[in-house]
Design a protein around this ligand. Sequence first.
Ligand code: PLP
Length: 353
Amino acid sequence: MTGRDVTGRSAAAAAGPLAQLGSNENPLGPSPSVGAAVGRAVREANRYPRTTALGLRTMIANTNAVSPDQVFVTNGASDALLAIGATHLEPGDRTVVARPTFYLHMLMTERPGGELAFVPTKGLRQDIDGLLAAVDDRTRVLIVTNPHSPTGSVVDQSELDRVVGDLDGRGGETLLVIDEAYREYADETVMPDGVEFVRAGHNVAVTRTFSKAYGLAGMRVGYAIVSEPVAARLRGFMPPFAVNSASVAAAEAAFADQEHLARVVELNRRERDRLTRALSDLGMAPAPSQTNFVIATGLDDAASIVSALADQGILVRSTEADFGLPGGLRITTGTAEETTRVIEALRAMGATA
Ligand SMILES: *Cc1c(COP(=O)(O)O)cnc(C)c1O
């Protein structure tokens, strides 16, 4: 396979449309109201934004019962993570995080000269005891991804309570970052609300994004909801108009359309269940997922399955190549047609563990 870029797309010629099941994108796209909102914003593009995304920050703040001053809108959650790293880490400071983890967790740490302390996932879940045991007096940041990528697992309320209690017990000097990029996809009955810890005044930053369930990956909008001391640091760091007005307008329209979000989540649940069952029928032991992707590990021939799928225009991830987890596939849930296509391709290959 040639011409693979960071999103896993391939320049290889493929029959028919690509099934892009590699980057956890939303196959339905954003709310239909986004187009008009962006059009209005572009007609006023000669003007600087009047405020720093105050409308969007207020919507987010009201929904989460925090002050707009605790909400930072950024170019994707990526930029929120980088800003947190830049304002909390100095050379030699450490970030404790699971391995595998999201690339930006590494970049946010290494850019300001920090060091990573990795704690391997256990049974495709973040190892909470291991993460806490790795915290030392140089640890300024601990990251929990909830739900986690690339495993799809959730850290539950009692585990998160334990993390916050432990860090508080050490004096609260270590910032807990809860990366909730996939939270909209998780079942509410098992998914804790990280912002609860912000409201209670703990040293916590929750990052979220419009890239995944809201379908705006290309517009680059994310946000952080943070406790007051973190807000004070970020305020002194962020440029005045960090995010462009078209992207902010897109995010406002998307956030206002919770019916569209519900359709996205419903489609995801249906297709994720179908995909999980089909992988299981093929003998692959997929991990239960609370996200918009499914991971199956323990395969002998994952790399050849990934490249055979790519030859048919179906793009999925090798967990070994992309995340250092040997013998696995990560497949994003797509449309019903895309699910059918990937399932039939796997069946035809006789793909089994
Ligand atoms: C996709 C993702 C993000 C969000 O990235 P954006 O910069 O908002 O596009 C953050 N964390 C994780 C774990 C992700 O998978």
